[in-house]
Design a protein around this ligand. Sequence first.
Ligand code: FAD
Length: 458
Amino acid sequence: MDPIHVTALTCLLSDPARVLTQRLVVERLSRDFYWYSPVLRRQLDGKVGEVVVQPLSATEIQSVLRYCYAHGLAVTIRGAGTGNYGQAVPLRGGVILDLASMDRIEAIEPDGVAVCQPGVRLGTLETEARKVAWELRCYPSTIVKASIGGFLGGGSGGIGSVTHGGLRDFNTVRALEVVTMESTPRVVRHEGEAVHDILHAWGTNGVITRIWLALAPAVDWSQCAIAFGTFDAAFDFSERIATGERWTKRLVTTFEWPIPSFFTPVQQYVPEAKSLVFFLIASQQLKELESAASAVGGTVAYSGAYYGLRTTPLLSDYTWNHTTLWALKTDPAYTYLQCGFDPVKVREQMQLLRRRFGLEILFHMEFMKNGTGQVIPGAIPLVYYTGEERLNEMIAFCRDIGVFVANPHVNNVEGGGRYRADNVQLLAKMRYDPKGLLNPGKMATFRPEPAAETVTPR
Ligand code: FAD
């Protein structure tokens, strides 16, 4: 990048120290967790930005985007960089817009809506919300580090989704404000259905600067791990609790052996050769859950109070995509898929997968509520990677037998499986980023159009 741009950007912020050019810093802030995928590793290794800019307000962001628009500079937005698909990795250099310092919780309103800047860490919000009897409806297993803006830009759900659905369901994101990438950047408010224009668009169609997020009433939770002699028994029990409406739960995760053997810090709670189910369950139902499990052959491997994110062990640290991390630490040949099984045919689908791929696929199930209110067996199965062709064969086979796959081995919004069929994210990009400067290359169907700026704003 021409040093003149760096100097100009420095003049746009109240403190010049918030423009960073040190090579190692820029490299670090250009990466996320794409390396979970051997396919993305090959595509994205070595991709770096040229300068990091750390704004403190929407007004500073407007100044930076005005300058970048005028000079055709690419801008890649960064929250905490914990995404898995190279979402925050710049493909065309340019500016990394690091929003970590915009980390103010403006309010937790009496009706349980948090108003936040994008850089607020989800863990901080959870902790603050619980002080006033609220908690997050759902959060990724990276809660301690991940930002709320990054969760809206690139995440989907996680712990809590078994009861409250994914981030995009049930009006959880009440409203947001975005700054547009135009000659004169605007701050535009989206609320109701219009939040879907921006959600999970990977920072390609606006910079989210303010968020209204609905919370849930806080519950006194306990953690519990139950071991079963067979995966079938573990799955049957976890399905019963996950789908049983009378159980108040935040997490129901089922692992087949040998996945629990990868969880090195909690080996004392992992019985040899057993399948395990991890629960976050209302404390008042803990004893009843344990009795129900022992009635069908389950053994309590661990149970204890949950005191918040500092609880040790913290069982959620082994669930959702943290499971893949523990597998990778054991054997770097592991990678993963993200699947949704059919709640009626799930056993048959798992059998078909086992028959075709043997232990190349290991079952790690995560129950979650879908947008229609049905609890379904989601899954983040581990895959023993032997090559891209074999991986694609697995994805194709899953789809053939009716298993939904959100492919985590592609680096664009459309390929990941959470793109909206009504194209609202693309339409928003055409309105808000007509030159295609926001995270360029990540919205594959977008073509920059000189005339796009004339599209009437909604
Ligand atoms: P980043 O990685 O910084 O950004 C994600 C995307 O959002 C990027 O495209 C970025 O450009 C864009 N973005 C960031 N901020 C903004 C903004 N203000 N405006 C517009 N766009 C923006 N995800 C889940 O959904 N559920 C899980 O359970 C889960 N588990 C994970 C476990 C592990 C071990 C890892 C490594 C990842 C996991 N993830 C999961 C993915 C990721 O951690 C979450 O989605 C997280 O919420 C991303 O937040 P972040 O701040 O790190 O975002």
